[in-house]
Design a binder for this molecule. Structure first.
Ligand code: SAH
Length: 410
């Protein structure tokens, strides 16, 4: 097995069990290794630190599979890791009753570059590192054994594969996809998952618990759901008794699924739902010009800052939509505002939203700090894995007092 030698001091992060070894930490590779091959990682003073997958095309030159000198990387290793990831979720009370669930969340499950999401009878996998690509057969076999699923479908069409020198791949790896659309039940609401053509692996499972919170807050409120995709927050708001729900997204295909989702849930009052295919930035301005107001607004935009390098431009976009949303909220209204940008941390996001509130002339307080659901855990040793953050804010009526001093407040 080839040996990867690190510069002096660069073993420190590995000893703290951080799984990434960057190009700048590497002195040399002793021996030969192809992309994805397992290499031994060695500190400058010759200590064996564990085994990693070699990825010469990536800035992350190696990703640790194990920090134990005795552990061999073979089929049995993947069987164990996959089985553990699936088993703890199945037994975890916080996830009980969910048939749509992330089963493997990369680094946090000790499987860098491996994502697996379960949607009823189907498991969708995404392999985004050279090491995961090399062991695809072992990973798929282990998933079949651990889940008893009918089919495994690959959605390795994410751009991040290119950073590892890998081409996009998608298609069935095991069994056949069901002929009928795949439906999951999320907190009592049935949702269609577009496994082949949807975003990510088909659905935004990470927002599951935040959708439930929306449902709990929605009773009697006029709701605006921006960047609604297939209507996850919209249907939960209806389930929670919203007076009306206006949902906006720029994707026609996503809105078609959203409309179908209403038909799968006949107990929801479809007459309270309105879908609008539009650019949210423009739509928010049009709603303001039209003098509209809402009592609950959800902002769940796409990743504006994939890395810290895009943070400044992304910050302007976040500020813009949050400012517009604050202006559309009625006194006592609630804003649920999210960012899934890895390049923007919670502190920075909170500052951006605070700036938007000042510019909008509203007083706001934080009711909840929100994150991804527990099937998307964050490794304590690798906090970069945390990407989704959110704030649920209530705005007071001070702005209204200033604007309409003649009117009585209650
Ligand atoms: N809230 C959704 C997930 C949102 S993902 C859920 O719970 O499932 C982000 C969504 O933003 C995608 O559906 C994408 O089509 C949409 N989108 C991206 N840019 C947009 C824009 N400028 N205006 C409107 N929608 C946009």
């Amino acid at each position: 097995m080839a040996r990867l030698h690190l510069h002096p001091g660069k073993e420190r992060s590995v000893l703290r069990r951080h799984p990434w070894i960057f190009a700048g930490s590497v002195v040399r590779l002793e021996g030969r290794a192809r992309p994805g091959d397992t290499v031994e990682v060695v500190s400058a003073d010759g200590r064996m630190l564990g085994r990693a997958a070699w990825s010469p095309a990536s800035q992350i030159r190696a990703r640790m599979w194990t920090f134990e000198a005795e552990t061999t990387i073979d089929h049995a290793f993947f069987k164990r890791r996959v089985a553990e990831a699936v088993a703890w979720r199945m037994a975890y009370p916080g996830l009980s009753g969910q048939d749509g669930m992330r089963l493997i969340h990369g680094e946090a499950d000790g499987l860098p570059g491996v994502i697996a999401d379960r949607y009823g009878p189907v498991v969708v996998v995404q392999l985004t590192s050279a090491g995961a690509e090399k062991w695809r057969e072992a990973i798929v076999g282990a998933l079949v054994a651990a889940t008893g699923c009918e089919a495994i479908y690959e959605r390795s069409d994410s751009d991040v594969r290119r950073l590892e020198g890998l081409e996009p791949r998608s298609g069935c790896l095991f069994g056949d996809l069901p002929a009928a659309p795949v439906l999951i039940v999320e907190h009592g609401v049935r949702m269609e998952v577009d496994i082949v053509g949807g975003h990510k692996t088909g659905f935004y499972l990470d927002q599951r618990d935040n959708r439930l919170l929306t449902s709990r807050l929605a009773a009697g409120r006029r709701v605006l759901n921006c960047f609604c995709y297939t209507g996850g927050f919209s249907l939960q708001a209806l389930a929670g008794g919203a007076q009306s729900v206006l949902s906006i997204d720029s994707s026609g295909p996503a809105l078609e699924i959203a409309a179908r989702n209403l038909t799968y849930n006949p107990s929801l009052d479809a007459s309270r739902a309105q879908w609008r295919e539009d650019d949210v930035f423009a739509a928010l301005r049009a709603l303001r010009s039209a003098g509209e107001h809402f009592d609950l607004i959800v902002l769940d935009p796409p990743k504006f800052a994939p890395s810290a390098a895009h943070a400044a431009r992304a910050a302007r976009a976040y500020k813009d939509i949050n400012l517009c949303a604050f202006r559309l909220l009625a006194p006592g209204g609630i804003l649920m505002s999210y960012s899934c940008s890895g390049g923007i941390g919670l502190d920075m996001f909170q500052k951006i939203v605070a700036g938007a509130a000042v510019d909008a002339g509203v007083d706001a307080c934080i009711l909840h700090r929100l994150a991804a659901a527990s099937d998307h855990p964050v490794g304590l040793a690798a906090p970069e894995g945390e990407y989704l953050k959110g704030l649920a804010l209530r705005i007071g009526s001070a702005a209204q007092e200033r604007v309409r001093p003649d009117q009585e407040q209650d």
